[in-house]
Design a protein around this ligand. Structure first.
Ligand SMILES: O=C(O)C1=C[C@@H](OP(=O)(O)O)[C@@H](O)[C@H](O)C1
Ligand SMILES: C=C(OP(=O)(O)O)C(=O)O
Length: 412
């Protein structure tokens, strides 16, 4: 069956930013409409960059000026890490006063490496106590030049700085060093090039971005590969078949690699030029260790179904997943234990042992991915899972529960 997976959050919010930075009107087709992207859109709007929606949100039109924003605004980033990390570098290239803030969940997430990088570029910033939000920025343009960025906690700081770099008077030469979530940097660079940026990466990890205005562009958003992981995993554990049209070999999203992990559990996987199909193929196979550091938004999808495998599964490389909507390693371990599943947790890893889940109330910690991954376990073992906050899926996949029902429960 063909799944209706909404657009990619990471693509939508990058495209909004790049379109806002470009000179002219860009069209973003099939955008994700969810809490994270609506927050991003509204934040641009309060900064004086209008985003106009077409009928039924089939497209969004963004009119940029080829420069950073001007004026005085209080952009609200809600729960969106992408908003908090992409918007300040862009705003710094403009002129005015911007006060960035977000929910208590977002305030708890690290912002300091971005603040340090912006200060190194001469930006005038007053961070709040703690991790840096609320963040007051007095913007007066950015000269640019050489910069190094600590990307060991999140790649989003680097993505934000890269996307703003063409608007800096001298462009930017960034040294990257230790970098988590590398595929998101590849996505950033690919989209910058689609908007006409002049970007070069050398073998030693230095990225050079020339000062050059972005060109307005017309572009279609792919379905979200992280969201697709739930329907793919659901096919794997129910023995069904699910196809996601629009996600294929040319995808810009690293998280599509989750299907390679499902293949290791025994599922049949076909990634074609324009679609990806997963078919469940009997009980899941375990007995392996997998580094999911580059695709960490999908580690929870695997962790939730891992108890159904015939041998333990160990997931490594996910220390930075402790810094997201929740401490995801701890939250997955806690919820799996509530289901009677044995787990072993290390700073950057989680081992899940085979077991028969018993009914439990899942603590979502307002984290959409906890809700969605445990829903897949609940589909495989009906009656096991009740969520304390099913609505938190609205951060990236508002129709999630309806779509799971349509795909796996309503069909004859
Ligand atoms: O750049 C992006 O769009 C994202 C990068 C990743 O974050 P980190 O770089 O913090 O791992 C990912 O978890 C997040 O959902 C989206
Ligand atoms: C980490 C995530 O989001 P954010 O963009 O807020 O970092 C996520 O969607 O899993």
């Amino acid at each position: 069956m063909a799944a209706r997976v909404p657009g990619s959050k990471s693509l939508t919010n990058r495209l909004l930013l790049l379109a806002a930075a470009a000179d002219g009107t860009s069209t973003v087709r099939a955008p994700l409409v969810s809490e994270d992207t609506v927050a991003f859109r509204q934040a641009l709007d309060v900064c004086g960059i209008p985003v106009q929606a077409g009928p039924g949100d089939t497209f969004w039109k963004v009119t940029g000026t080829g420069r950073g924003p001007t004026g005085s605004a209080r952009p609200w980033c809600a729960d969106a890490g992408t908003a908090a990390r992409f918007l300040p570098p862009f705003a710094a290239t403009g002129h005015g006063t911007f006060l960035f803030d977000g929910s208590s969940q977002l305030r708890a997430r690290p912002q300091r490496p971005l603040i340090e990088a912006l200060r190194a570029l001469g930006a005038d910033l007053e961070p709040g106590p703690g991790n840096g939000l609320p963040l007051l920025l007095r913007a007066r343009g950015v000269e640019g030049g050489d910069l190094s960025v600590d990307s060991s906690l999140s790649s989003q700081y680097l993505s934000g700085l890269l996307m703003a770099a063409p608007l800096m008077r001298r462009g930017l030469r960034i040294r990257t060093g230790d970098l988590v979530s590398r595929p998101y940097i590849d996505m950033t660079l690919a989209l910058m090039r689609r908007f006409g940026a002049d970007v070069e990466e050398s073998a030693d990890g230095t990225i050079r971005v020339a000062p050059r205005p972005y060109d307005a562009t017309d572009i279609v958003v792919e379905p979200d590969a992280s969201s697709a992981s739930y329907v793919f995993a659901a096919a794997a554990v129910t023995g069904g078949t699910v196809t996601v049209p629009g996600l294929g070999t040319e995808s810009l999203q690293g998280d599509l690699r989750f299907v390679d992990v499902l293949r290791r559990t025994g599922a049949d996987v076909r990634v074609g030029p324009t679609a990806t199909t997963v078919t469940g193929n009997g009980p899941l196979r375990g007995g392996f260790t997998v580094d999911m550091g580059e695709i960490s938004d999908t580690f929870m999808t695997l962790a939730a179904i891992a108890p159904l495998a015939d041998a333990p599964i160990t997931i490594t490389g996910v220390a930075h997943a402790r810094l997201k909507e929740s401490d995801r390693v701890a939250a997955m371990a806690e919820n799996l234990r509530a289901c009677g599943i044995e787990t072993a947790e290390g700073p950057d890893r989680l081992t899940i042992h085979p077991g028969t889940p018993r009914p439990a109330r899942i603590a979502c910690h307002r984290d959409h991915r906890i809700a969605m991954s445990f829903s897949v376990l609940g589909l495989a073992v009906p009656g096991t899972v009740s969520l304390d906050d099913p609505d938190c899926v609205a951060k990236t996949f508002p129709e999630f529960h309806d779509e799971i029902r349509r795909l796996f429960q309503d069909s004859p």
